[in-house]
Design a protein around this ligand. Structure first.
Ligand SMILES: NC(=O)c1ccc[n+]([C@@H]2O[C@H](COP(=O)([O-])OP(=O)(O)OC[C@H]3O[C@@H](n4cnc5c(N)ncnc54)[C@H](OP(=O)(O)O)[C@@H]3O)[C@@H](O)[C@H]2O)c1
Length: 250
């Protein structure tokens, strides 16, 4: 029996350069633990999203995750968007249904679940480092939580800050700092976003979307000064569980 015939419930990840993805290991283990022998999870590493049609027409596919750099570009390939994915403008989960492909965003849920237990009364304003796809789900959640935010960018548009503009007063005002840039990801783990770390203290939360390495240089700088730190691993786990809930429901 071929692999495709054995696995009547196929899932996978669509992205570019994803050989070391978290999701394949996570779901493969999950299917083993649940003894779902007819379920499988595979990587679809696409150089170009025009190859997506070949993937989506494959037999027995029930669900896909989507990652860098396709979370926004994938939208025109879908038949329907869940309301939250529509508001965020990015999709990281696709469900195959008889009515076509439906897009969801579970990154927002993952971030909210991961951040919420850390928040204290004084965490009212956030600095969001980086303005790419991931930051959209993050700012969506900040709005839901009533946390004001300011983007920090290398090429700031109106209302955004440049890294060089960050001063002591910003760190009094903004006590939640979220790294939504890839700076510091393995193997470049000595790198960190260029913010004045000396102004951090125990009142701050530093949240890094990166999970490899577990403690980035950004988080280490915060930890040294007593800040609460959190990496992107539990966000990733929460978003994966939410995706599974979507795929596993009728
Ligand atoms: N834990 C999770 O569940 C989870 C989920 C989603 C994403 N992520 C992680 O979040 C990170 C961001 O994802 P993304 O899809 O938004 O990535 P991205 O589009 O590649 O980059 C995000 C932004 O980071 C800034 N940036 C990029 N390179 C930079 C550099 N060399 N120096 C300073 N800033 C730089 C850019 O903003 P400016 O041009 O405005 O500076 C860019 O738009 C990635 O590391 C990704 O793996 C984690």
């Amino acid at each position: 029996m071929g692999e495709t015939e054995k696995h009547k419930y196929r899932f996978g990840l669509v992205g570019k350069g994803i050989s070391y993805s978290f999701s394949k290991g996570y779901f493969t283990k999950k299917f083993q633990v649940l003894d779902l022998q007819d379920h499988s999870y595979e990587n679809f590493d696409l150089d170009d999203l025009s190859q997506f049609k070949n993937v989506s027409e494959q037999k027995h596919l029930k669900g896909l995750n989507v990652t860098i750099p396709y979370k926004e570009e994938i939208i025109p390939y879908l038949h329907q968007l869940d309301s939250e994915a529509k508001m965020i403008g990015a999709v990281n989960t696709i469900k195959f249904t008889k009515d076509g492909l439906i897009g969801f965003n579970t990154d927002a849920f993952g971030f909210k679940e991961s951040l919420y237990p850390l928040l204290k009364e004084h965490h009212k304003k956030a600095l969001v480092l980086g303005t790419g796809g991931a930051s959209k789900a993050i700012t969506f959640v900040l709005e839901q939580l009533g946390i004001e935010y300011r983007y920090v960018s290398r090429t700031p548009s109106r209302d955004q800050l440049h890294y060089s503009q960050l001063h002591k007063s910003h760190f009094k005002e903004y006590q939640l700092i979220i790294n939504c840039s890839p700076v510091g990801t393995h193997p470049n783990s000595d790198q960190k976003p260029q913010i004045p770390y000396a102004h951090l203290n125990e009142t701050h939360i530093l949240f890094d979307l990166i999970y490899n390495p577990p403690e980035t240089a950004f988080l280490s700088e915060g930890k040294k000064r007593g800040a609460t730190i959190k990496n992107g691993l539990s966000m990733l786990e929460f978003q994966a569980e939410k995706a599974w809930g979507i795929w596993d429901s009728p």
